[in-house]
Design a protein. Structure first.
Lengths: 244, 252
């Protein structure tokens, strides 16, 4: 509870004694480059293979001829939109971006760069952390959309090239009984996950004390805590937004 | 002038500073000296507000900094320049961007004017044609110089230096000391240096405060330090044979 209280105070400190809008604008653009553009190749690679593997495994489990083949791509679509794109990618996001944020801030802390900002009269938490959180909340939903599309393309390529189902069947499955609310749900989840990963990772990094060993521990803690928070939030959001 | 009054600080019930009071004069290089672990850096951090003292106050030209509200603190902090032990340069920025950073954040100067000021400060610390080098590409001594340039770029009234000589060879240490001393006199600022380097003490210590195990035991100048009559200070000053052979003589 003490740690949670510190986290809430930390979040409160982000919005007091702010710098000018133009300062934040530049920082957010820089962070978007770091978070979004430099992560896209990993997201494309992972999501394409997840889509491909989901297609193969679903086909493997569909042993009865009574179920039409297009159900395979329907399963791929539902799994991708509801869980694989926002949640599995969040775990990858925590591993790549979250650990980088915690490590970067931890290093700044132990090398007194954060103290240097404070001495200049700058609210270091707001200056360093707020742009990371905003950029994450802007870029992660876009990465989830890219991941969703790539996953379905991966499923299509493997499904059609290996003869599991025809292109027509795959497209038919993707389009049939589509509930567009699942997209809204996935995007809401992605914004919440991005906030949790960025804020928890920055919190862990910002309060690092000690040396290089502690920076490593902070990075590991950041990933562990972020993943737990994402999984808990996933459950609560599913209950809240899908229960009716 | 900076005045401190009854500053005490503890960590987990371990007392690190006990009732430290004193004055640091404007236009002078004021030194806080003592062995490692005596609370010098903690005192400096209490003065600049990076740590909040358990008791006591720091006054910047009669303005109470310790108990000031955030706006006043922010205003005073904009008059402060600080050189950190490791330089504390921002890794993601090059030398020019590091020195320009306080101007970017604290002023609305046009870019050309900022660049002129940055080049002036870099020239003042003896660094030219290194503007585009990254912080990781320069030596320890150069990092300290860039740190000094960044500390003075916004025309501070108060300059703080935390162990400016640590990790430097003796020759570079003396150059850094002389640079800080020259800047202090040239711009008439209040400078406080935390150090345990005897070369600094004897070379630039116009006003010295000696700390021992969290207590202030002595205050004076480098001219008086060799005949203070304080055993702990004598142990600190006459630590090696060369210094012991000079005991009783006037060194400065």
């Amino acid at each position: 509870m003490k740690e949670f209280g510190r986290y809430m105070i930390f979040l409160g400190s982000l919005v007091v004694r702010r710098e000018t809008f133009i300062t934040y604008y530049r920082l957010v653009i820089d962070e978007c480059m770091q978070i979004g553009v430099k992560s896209i190749s990993l997201f494309v690679l992972v999501s394409t293979f997840i889509g491909a593997v989901t297609t193969v495994q679903t086909a493997f489990n569909l042993v009865t001829p009574l179920v039409p083949r297009y159900v395979i791509s329907q399963v791929v679509r539902e799994m991708t939109v509801l869980e694989l794109a926002p949640t599995i990618m969040a775990i990858i996001f925590a591993g790549k971006i979250g650990s980088s944020m915690a490590g970067g801030l931890g290093t700044m802390r132990i090398t007194e760069q954060i103290d240097a900002l404070e001495v200049m009269g700058i609210n270091s938490s707001s200056y360093l952390v707020l742009p990371k959180i905003v950029a994450s909340m802007m870029m992660y939903p876009l990465l989830v959309i890219v991941a969703g599309v790539c996953s379905m393309i991966g499923g299509y390529l493997v499904g059609t090239l290996t003869g599991i189902l025809t292109p027509t069947e795959y497209i038919m499955g993707i389009r049939s009984i589509f509930n567009d609310y699942t997209i809204t749900f996935a995007l809401i989840k992605s914004v919440v996950f991005a906030f949790l990963i960025a804020s928890i990772s920055c919190f862990k990094g910002y309060y690092t004390q000690g040396g290089a060993l502690e920076v490593g521990i902070a990075s590991t803690d950041a990933v562990t805590s972020s993943v737990i928070a994402v999984l808990l939030a996933d459950y609560f959001l599913a209950n809240l937004l899908l229960s009716s | 002038m900076i005045k401190i009054k009854n500053i005490s600080k503890s960590f987990n019930e371990k007392s690190v500073l006990r009732n430290i009071s004193g004055e640091f004069d404007k236009g002078k290089t004021n030194l806080i000296i003592g062995s490692s672990g005596t609370g010098k850096s903690v005192l400096l951090k209490c003065i600049v507000g990076l740590l909040h003292p358990d008791t006591g106050y720091a006054f910047y030209d009669l303005r109470n900094f310790t108990d000031a509200d955030k706006d006043v603190k922010s205003e005073i902090r904009r008059e402060i320049g600080m050189l950190f032990q490791g330089g504390a340069l921002f890794d993601s920025k090059n030398v020019e961007e590091n020195v320009m950073f306080p101007l970017d954040i604290l002023t609305k100067m046009p870019y050309a004017e900022k660049l002129d000021r940055v080049n002036f400060c870099l020239k003042r610390v003896g660094l030219e044609n290194v503007n585009k080098k990254m912080a990781s590409e320069i030596s320890g001594g150069m990092k300290k110089r860039v740190g000094i340039a960044r500390a003075i770029v916004n025309n501070p009234n108060y300059l703080f230096c935390d162990e400016p000589n640590s990790g430097l060879d003796p020759q570079t240490s003396i150059l850094i000391d002389e640079l800080i001393s020259e800047i202090t006199h040239e711009f008439n600022i209040t400078t406080i240096i935390v150090t345990h380097d005897m070369n600094s003490v004897l070379g630039i210590g116009e006003k010295i405060m000696f700390l021992h195990k969290g207590d202030k035991l002595w205050e004076g100048s480098n001219e008086d330090i060799t005949h203070s009559g304080v055993k702990e200070l004598d142990d600190f000053v006459f630590i090696n044979k060369v210094m012991r052979s000079l005991k009783g003589t006037k060194l400065v």
